[in-house]
Each structure stands twice: as C-alpha cells, then as structure tokens.
Design a protein around this ligand. Structure first.
Ligand code: MLT
Length: 419
C-alpha cells in the first residue's frame, strides 16, 4: 500500500470479515490514514477565517483585529457584527443592526408558558437551552436548509435579540420572581441587567459602570476558535438542523464544569482558600503534591502556553470595576497573590500554567451582583455571536455532515449464547 509518498507492507489478513476490517482499521491508524485523536486535541477538524489564536505567543484576534483593541474600543454588538459578517460595521450599518435587534427583543407569550413549566430549582442553563431550541417551533421556516440569506439573517437577529430576554427570564424563574419585559430604550447590556434585576413596583436604574463592564466581558467571550461548544454547534449544524437547535446544543456543551462552568469552580476554590485562612502558598504546594493533589482552577489552558490575553484584560477590569463600585473583595487579593506566587514558582513556570479567562471573570460578575449559577449563562450570552459566525461559515463553506471516524477496540466476534 502506498500512502503519502510512503510504502507500507500490508500483512496478509486472515480471519472473519469483521477481524479483517478491524485489522485494516488498526493498520490505518498506524500508517497515519487515521489519527486517533479523541477530543480533537491536535488534529485540525475544520478551516475557519473567524478567530486567530496563537497559544504560544498568547495572541487572540477576531477577523484579524486584536482582542485588546476590540475590548477597549468596540461595543459588544459591533464585535458581534464583525464576527458574523466579517467586517466592523459602518455607523449606518451599526444603527440598522441595533435597530433590528431592538425590534426583536420580545418573545412570543407562549414561550412564557414553557418557562412557567420549569420548576424553580431548574438550572438557568437548562432553561436557556430549552427556550432557544423552542424558537424552532415558533419559526418553523428555520427548518428549511434552502431558505435564502435574508431569512437566515432574520434568524440571526432574532437569536441575538431574544437571548438576553431568555437569560434574564431563566434567572427570574430560579428566584421565583415575575419576569420583566425588555426595555427597548436601553442598550443591549443595560436592557439585560434591567430584566435581571428590576423588581415590580420599584424604580430600577442600570449602573453604567456595570453595563460597560458587562459589555467588555461579553466581547472577551465572543469567540475562541474551535472548542467543545463551538465544534458542537458546527457538527449539529452540519446535519442541517435549524440554527436554533444548533445553538441550543452549543449552550448544553458550554454548561459543563470543564468548559463554561469553570469560573464558578474558581470562585469556589478562592472562597475555600479564604475560609482556610488565605494561605495561597499552602494551596500551591498542595497543587504540586502527587499524593494529595489539589486542582488549581483557572490555571492553564489546552492551547495557551503563555498568558491567555483575555485573562490579562479581565484582571485589569476587575481592579477598575471593583474600584469604581467601591467594593473590596478579599477574594480578588487572594487571586492576585495566587497568580503572583504561581508565576514565580518553577513548577508552574515549567508547565506553562498561566491564569486563563475564567480566573478573574467570576470576581467581576459577583461584584455586579450576578449570582454564581448565572456565570455560565453570561458566558453563553457572550459566545452567541461566535457560535452564529461559526454556524454561518460552516454552512457557507458547504461543509459535509460531521462524522468522526473511530478505531474499534472491542471484541472481534462473539458467539451468542442465550440464558
Ligand atoms: C473558551 O473560551 O471557549 C475556553 O477557553 C475553552 C477553549 O477555548 O477550549
């Protein structure tokens, strides 16, 4: 057999058809015809022109623009437009885009009935993914894979518009409060915050410091090339399932503690260190201890062998926001101490373990009054334009239906013996 300019000697394969097939599959994996890569750790599973990431250098760019510049100078909706349509919007395009989004913030009253069916202890991520998926039933034209671009765009705008409403309502369901309807006089983040926090018969003013900080956090979470939730959106979308079903699948993937749930785990870890007296060195030593290991949450990332650039921006934002809100959170000091100690410890330096995006974000969310179980929901709100852009790109490239190959490792063939 010749493959990739190399010749391979094929063994004479004997046995049943099944045994031959297994031997051929093993041979394929040995010769490189198949690479065994559970979790797609190292193989490129797709091409994409949306987000550039260089984990060695700690560089992240959306459509060529540095994340640092976007986080400082753009709004979340500008970044959403950039990711989805490939260019930063002109003033006119931006006005049209925000106007369209504002027009679609309301949701069908029957969706509220679905919300009312959830028990109040339902996790907001489960509620969010269900409500997003339910849009397929309310807009059945989204099931037609041949619909035109204008119609696809309408679905995209609907999703961006309704997601803050769903996210805030998922929270209201959890706390057992009546929902607030969108206030279309407000910007994207202020509207979300008002729907989250306003109580009936009470005047609620959105704090501009909080709205601005949230907008920046959403930008920092807006895309991160291929990862568990994004490749889920692409693979579900590759079967031509509706955009709403595909994004709902991404929300479910993000829900897990190893993905979007990680910043909650960081806060819990920092609280545990504080409760233990705040000795960060003690916990760093525990993290190195092979016999009694302690998982240092928020450190290290599959692709970053350098600073996660998002973590650097979030650390600065944590100082700014807590300072402006006049909040002193001892956990922020513990986080900084932990980072400093780890970056000066050869063990962590050798392993290139730097703080990642989840390390400081929970501290800001807490300062904004966002409860821990809503952290992942905010991640989903931020990641939405990235998922949409990836879904759109997959569709435009006419990518085939996803179907990972497998290498069978089970029994060859067994005789069936009945009981
Ligand atoms: C993300 O932003 O999605 C996370 O850092 C996870 C990842 O990229 O693998």
């Amino acid at each position: 057999l010749s493959y990739g300019g190399k010749d391979f000697e094929l063994p004479i394969i004997e046995g049943t058809e099944n045994e031959k097939a297994i031997d051929i599959a093993k041979l394929r994996s040995q010769t490189g015809l198949i690479t065994l890569d559970p979790g797609y750790k190292n193989t490129g599973s797709t091409t994409s022109s949306i987000t550039f990431l260089d984990g060695e250098q700690g560089v992240l760019r959306y459509r060529g623009y540095r994340i640092e510049d976007l986080a400082e100078k753009s709004s979340f909706l500008e970044v959403a437009y950039l990711l989805i349509y490939g260019e930063l919007p002109t003033q006119l395009q931006y006005e049209k885009f925000t106007r369209e989004i504002t027009t679609h913030t309301l949701v069908h009253e029957d969706i509220k009935k679905i919300l009312d069916g959830f028990p109040s202890n339902a996790h907001p991520m489960g509620v969010l993914s269900s409500l997003v998926c339910s849009l397929t039933a309310f807009y059945p034209e989204s099931l037609d894979p041949t619909r035109d671009e204008a119609d696809v765009n309408l679905s995209i705008v609907r999703l961006l518009a309704k997601m803050p409403t769903f996210a805030a309502w998922a929270y209201k369901n959890e706390v057992g409060h009546p929902v607030n309807y969108p206030d279309n006089s407000l910007d994207y983040c202020s509207n979300f915050l008002k729907m989250m926090f306003a109580l009936p018969a009470e005047k609620y003013e959105v704090d501009p410091v909080i709205a601005k900080a949230l907008d920046q956090l959403l930008i920092l979470h807006a895309d991160h090339e291929q990862n568990c939730s994004t490749s889920t959106v692409r693979i579900v979308g590759s079967s031509q399932a509706s955009i709403y079903a595909s994004i709902s699948a991404g929300i479910n993937a993000l829900w897990g503690p190893l993905h979007g749930g990680a910043n909650q785990a960081v806060i819990e870890m920092l609280e545990a260190i504080k409760a233990d007296g705040g000795d960060t060195k003690k916990f760093l030593n525990k993290a190195k201890d092979k016999d009694d290991p302690f998982r240092l949450m928020g450190f290290g990332h599959r692709v970053y062998k350098n600073f996660d650039p998002r973590a650097t921006i979030i650390k600065k934002a944590a100082d700014d926001v807590l300072g402006k809100l006049g909040i002193k959170d001892p956990v922020l000091e513990i986080a900084k101490e932990l980072e400093y100690a780890a970056l000066n410890d050869q063990y962590f330096v050798d392993r290139k373990l730097y703080p990642n995006v989840d390390f400081y974000s929970g501290i800001i969310y807490r300062a904004m009054g966002i409860p821990t179980e809503m952290f992942t929901v905010l991640f989903a709100l931020g990641r939405l334009p990235g998922w949409i852009a990836q879904w759109k790109e997959m569709r435009q490239n006419g990518e085939p239906i996803g179907r990972p190959r497998q290498i069978y490792t089970g029994e060859n063939e067994r005789d069936y013996v009945s009981m």
